[in-house]
Write a protein that binds this ligand. Structure first.
Ligand code: AMP
Ligand code: TRP
Length: 332
């Protein structure tokens, strides 16, 4: 059976981008059709300025939201990265496989390190090594597929390179994984700045729909989305990024096609109104389930405990064999 691994960082509240680009598919497709693991990757949240109490809170919230989105612990494994030591054990071996040059080429590293420099925060060394830890997350489980949004393609490419290199040098150890992406909305853009990704760590929230926003807040944000100067509704990501973004969001909600939907609208206002209602309806059941789960943290903690145990059992033998392959002396 195909094995799938994916993760989400507890660096902020989950957004519509996270949901449409990744989580929704995990819940609707992957958990049924594959052997799937979904991970709250808390160690990754420490690569930028962070508040410990907030990361802790957001980790539990992210796990609750994954369950609220429909992940069923009877069908897939949901756990927290720091609960399974194999990730960091393997990460070091992969640091000895990766080169400084290939890590410095990562687009996210370039963007985030530039931002950290501007804001006067130091650039943490872990920000550079981050994609290696991500590779460890994936390779420790011999995952075949990694369902992610567009922004993670380069990191998954690096993971493939590291797996191939390791296998060639030290003997076949890892499965070479591939990224998979949703048919539409693989990159949901910020509603106020449709040239930038809708990202949960961004400061201003006006262009970001959070999964836990009230329905009225969702409506307001979408109705105020920046559109383009043209008047007729056309699907053109280059020249009409704002309208294209709305069309993609609507298409994702309705399992439709953004190009076809464009033909059904005569005004931006009508498009915004329908998109707002579609998003509100999409998120309604999720918000309801989340409220119930938030009231029962013991249940969520139990799911995470069992998930970590299962994950550990899967990763342990793979990472042990990587240790041996690389020349480390086994405990006698
Ligand atoms: P992150 O929030 O960076 O931990 O991302 C978790 C998952 O959501 C990854 O698979 C990302 O590619 C995906 N994702 C994050 N933001 C967006 C977005 N704006 N559009 C589509 N997918 C996204
Ligand atoms: N880097 C991913 C992101 O920012 C999160 C992540 C960490 C991940 N480890 C992973 C995604 C492993 C897929 C598989 O979104």
């Amino acid at each position: 059976m195909t094995r799938v691994f994916s993760g989400i960082k507890p660096t902020g509240h989950l957004t519509l981008g996270n949901y449409l680009g990744a989580v929704r598919r995990w819940a609707e497709v992957e958990q049924y059709e594959t052997e799937a693991l979904f991970c709250v990757v808390d160690l990754h949240a420490l690569t930028v300025e962070h508040d410990p109490a907030r990361v802790r809170r957001l980790s539990r919230q992210a796990a609750s939201l994954l369950l609220a989105a429909g992940l069923d612990p009877a069908l897939c494994t949901v756990f927290v990265q720091s609960h399974v030591d194999e990730h960091t054990r393997l990460s070091y071996l992969l640091e000895c496989t990766a080169t400084d040059g290939e890590l410095r080429r990562m687009i996210q590293y370039k963007e985030k390190s530039a931002r950290a420099r501007v804001s006067g925060d130091g650039v943490r060394f872990s920000l550079l090594s981050y994609p290696v830890l991500m590779a460890a997350d994936i390779l420790a489980y011999r995952a075949d597929e990694v369902p992610v949004g567009d922004d993670q393609t380069q990191h998954v490419e690096l993971t493939r390179d590291l797996a191939v290199r390791f296998n060639q040098r030290y003997g076949h150890t890892f499965t070479v994984p591939k990224a998979t992406r949703p048919p539409v909305a693989a990159r949901v853009m910020d509603l106020q700045d449709p040239l930038s990704k809708m990202g949960k760590s961004h400061e201003a929230g006006a262009g970001i729909v959070y999964l836990l926003d009230d329905a009225d807040v969702v409506r307001k944000k979408i109705m105020r989305a920046v559109t383009d100067s043209g008047r007729e509704v056309a699907y053109d990501r280059e020249d009409r990024p704002g309208v294209a973004n709305l069309l993609e969001i609507l298409a994702a909600c309705e399992n439709g096609d953004p190009g076809e939907l464009a033909g059904a609208y005569e005004s931006y206002g009508a498009l915004k109104k329908d998109t707002a209602e579609a998003v509100v309806e999409l998120l309604r059941p999720l918000r309801k389930r989340h409220a119930a789960l938030a009231a029962d943290p013991g249940y969520v903690d139990g799911v995470l405990r069992e998930g970590a145990e299962r994950a550990r059992g899967m990763a342990r033998p793979v990472v042990d064999s990587a240790y041996r392959a690389m020349g480390l002396l086994p405990v006698g």
